[in-house]
Design a protein around this ligand. Structure first.
Ligand code: ADP
Ligand code: ZN
Length: 731
């Protein structure tokens, strides 16, 4: 039986709400009926809640008690493909449907009537008296042709007070009109000329365009060293998609990258696309959500949650820097935007482009296995060459205590400064010092709510817990033994590196780039632009700088601690270090000047460090793939992490034990369960945490088995259980 697409007034409909209920609720269709997928407001107890008409009602409820849908909201009904996407994403991530629906309805004012605002246009006739100010208003209106202004915008454009405009309105020379607040985005023109592509780039662009033209699903891994022109190439695929009248989405891993990217879009297509991320104002979010749904936005540039916008006809998804860990959402719904992009595209016959200089092993393996197509751009564009990479063997360097810049690195920086070029000192640690220790009693200051040490942030003059965000003032006395003035920082963070750099290079202008130092995305963007323009000689940065920014004057990258990521038991530690180091090194020498990357390490013979230096990527991937295959771990096996948390430590271990003992549903698919064990961070925000790990073969039906397994236990009210399919981090 096919689902009807329209329900007449009074017909029973099943509504999915955003409330945490495990089933659809029956209602009667309202006056005028409603479409399948309609966004509606329904009564639930004494409240009114948001929902979507998901199908016909079940009818297993006392008909006389069934209430009516209150109203249909002013929004285009959800497309069937979006309903299918949410359902399949829910199944994959073992997420309840209401939580999925919340992701898809994150528009402010979704329930509001279409709101209007006053706009001003050129009217008719002549004013009684023409003044200079009045002339400027009329000039501004005719200069901008069909564009309509708000009162404030018009006054500003003409350089007059608002009363001048109002005077003209009185004479009818300027017209005041009501216009919908959410305007379509200006049209992007795919026919504007792009840059002239090199033969290699043109061939890659041509292949992607042909795939877009085919109007079918496919995923392509676009692999190319930083600066090889991946962005230029995939913009041509976007152009093709827009020319076909379909919508396109470009996902970026970092808000700070969008400014630079938007400029390139504007240069290529003549106008700005829609933006969707946490730095966008409520008004713009609302406009973006609506316009994507009404096909008034051709291109969206955004963060992972942009996957859940109500596209009318999505033809292309680009996931830039596809290996980036920020694509994995680590709280709430645990999903990987890269994988969800592939799912979304397969449902709506769209193409996916995964772009990276250092792909994730997952994508590399999928390309090897022929599931993804692969395109390579092996050389940098134009004169730019990859930087020369060298290790600095720290065992041979003379360093006083509490110093981290080796004499070798110091000399290299000095040379760059003399040449008027920029140097980057990279350290992937925020704050001043990762540990604060009492020299009297040895106590290390920890967070009161977590099993984590607090990190001193000297700019903020506070200690900060990087797990829960708790902060407290830096104490003068040890909280343990009360000794005064005996607390000392241990180890470096970027703020401490700045201190050291200031002492070593007193003439240099320093800039610190770390995500916590900027109040807003805007401030960060401004800082990045200023640095790119030459406002600093030495940049001291965390992984924030590794991601795609162009710093044309930068010719030296000094990695303070290349060994940092190699510690720890994370299954992806090697892969991550390899990617991060190659990305950071790629920041150097993006223009004519040859760059150099120096890695300070205590283990220059380590296989990962050697692979980074030699640049033998294929060799590295093959060795890494081999190890993972032998261990039966992703991408050659499947994994799920289960975290139980509760204020009651006994309870988490008890429930964990019950789950581990009742593993029949898992054994049926040949999966093994490990644990329960205290999670690496055994307490966060006062909740004790216990982990179980499930491993299964690649082909096993893991989700179904997990659902059956977890359903066996009745969870105490205070206990939270979260399942993380394909976990990326193990904290
Ligand atoms: P990637 O995305 O691979 O890091 P980009 O597309 O950002 O590379 O290209 C690096 C730089 O080279 C950019 O400034 C870009 O504008 C420039 N560039 C790349 N290809 C061309 C081209 N064919 N013509 C002109 N400039 C190009
Ligand atoms: Zn904490």
């Amino acid at each position: 039986m096919t689902t009807p697409s329209f329900f007449d007034e009074g017909a029973l409909v099943g509504v999915l709400t955003t409330q945490p209920l495990d089933r659809l609720l029956d209602y009667k269709a309202p006056e005028g009926g409603c479409f399948l997928g309609a966004f509606v407001e329904v009564p639930l107890g004494p409240r009114k809640v948001l929902g979507v008409v998901w199908g016909p009602g079940q009818g297993d409820y006392d008909a006389s008690k069934i209430r009516s849908v209150i109203r249909v909201l002013d929004a285009v009904p959800m497309m069937p493909e979006m309903m299918e996407f949410l359902g399949r994403a829910a199944d994959y991530t073992l997420t309840p449907m209401p939580a999925m629906l919340r992701l898809a309805t994150r528009s402010p004012g979704l329930g509001d009537p279409p709101s209007m605002r006053k706009v001003y246009r050129l009217g008719q006739g002549e004013p009684d008296r023409m003044t200079d100010a009045r002339r400027r208003v009329l000039q501004a209106l005719s200069d901008y042709g069909g564009l309509s202004f708000t009162l404030g915008e018009l006054a500003e454009a003409a350089g007059v007070t608002t009363s001048v405009v109002k005077g003209l309105v009185k004479h009818g020379v300027v017209r005041e009109e009501e216009s919908p607040r959410d305007l379509p985005y200006p049209r992007l023109d795919p026919d504007l000329p792009g840059v002239e592509l090199s033969a290699e780039q043109a061939a890659a662009a041509e292949t992607l365009q042909a795939a877009v033209r085919a109007h079918s699903y496919g995923t392509t891994l676009l692999k190319g060293v930083t600066g090889s022109g991946k962005t230029e190439v995939y913009l041509e695929a976007v152009a093709e998609c827009l020319a076909r009248g379909r919508q396109a989405l470009v996902l970026l891993p970092e808000i700070a990258l969008t400014a630079e990217f938007l400029k390139r879009v504007e240069a290529r297509f003549g106008a700005m696309p829609a933006e969707w991320h946490s730095g966008v104002t409520m008004t713009e979010r609302r406009r973006a959500w609506r316009m994507v749904g009404e096909a008034g936005a051709q291109l969206v540039v955004g963060a992972r949650s942009a996957l859940f916008l109500p596209y009318r006809d999505l033809g292309l998804i680009v996931v830039d820097e596809e290996h980036d860990t920020s694509y994995k959402q680590e709280d709430g719904v645990l999903y990987n935007a890269r994988d969800m992009a592939v799912l979304r595209a397969s449902i709506c016959s769209a193409q996916v482009v995964l772009a990276s200089a250092t792909p994730s092993l997952e994508s590399w393996a999928n390309a090897e296995a022929g599931k993804y197509a692969k395109l390579e751009l092996p050389t940098r564009f134009g004169a730019a060459e990859l930087p020369a990479m060298r290790a600095i063997d720290m065992r041979l360097e003379q360093l006083p205590s509490n110093r981290w810049i080796s004499p070798t690195l110091q000399r290299a920086v000095e040379q760059r400064l003399e040449a008027g070029e920029q140097a980057l000192l990279f350290l992937n640690r925020r704050g001043y010092a990762p540990v604060t220790i009492c020299r009297a009693c040895g106590h290390q200051i920890g967070c009161d709510h977590c099993d984590a040490r607090m990190v001193e942030h000297r700019f903020l003059k506070r200690l900060v817990c990087h797990q829960c965000g708790e902060t407290k003032p830096m104490p003068t006395a040890c909280p343990n033994c009360e000794a005064e003035d005996r607390l000392a920082p241990v180890g470096p963070g970027v703020e401490r590196m700045q201190e050291e750099a200031a002492a070593l290079f007193p003439q240099a202008r320093l800039a610190v780039l770390s995500s916590d130092l900027y109040g807003s995305a805007r401030a960060l963007k401004a800082q990045i632009e200023a640095i790119a323009g030459g406002d600093a000689d030495i940049i001291i940065g965390t992984q924030l700088v590794a991601k795609g920014h162009n710093f044309p004057l930068l010719t030296l990258v000094g990695v303070i601690d290349a060994d940092l990521g190699l510690q720890g038991s994370d299954l992806r530690a090697a892969e991550r270090t390899f990617q991060l180091m190659r990305q950071v090194a790629g920041r150097a020498g993006r223009t004519e000047r040859r760059g150099e990357a120096l890695l300070q390490t205590y283990q220059p013979e380590h296989s990962v460090i050697r692979a980074i230096l030699s640049g033998d990527e294929e060799g590295f991937w093959r060795a890494e793939a081999q190890e993972r295959r032998q261990a039966g771990v992703p991408p050659y096996g499947r994994m799920a992490g289960i975290v139980l948390s509760s204020p009651d430590v006994q309870e988490v271990f008890d429930v964990g034990g019950v789950l581990a003992r009742n593993d029949a549903p898992l054994r049926r698919i040949g999966a093994q369960v490990y644990g329960p064990a205290p999670a690496p961070i055994a307490r966060i925000r006062g909740r004790h945490r216990v982990r179980l790990l499930v491993k299964a073969a690649k082909t096993a039906k893991l989700q179904e088995a997990l659902a059956a397994w977890v359903a066996q236990v009745k969870l105490p009210t205070n206990l939270r259980l979260s399942v993380d399919i394909d976990p990326q981090s193990f904290y």
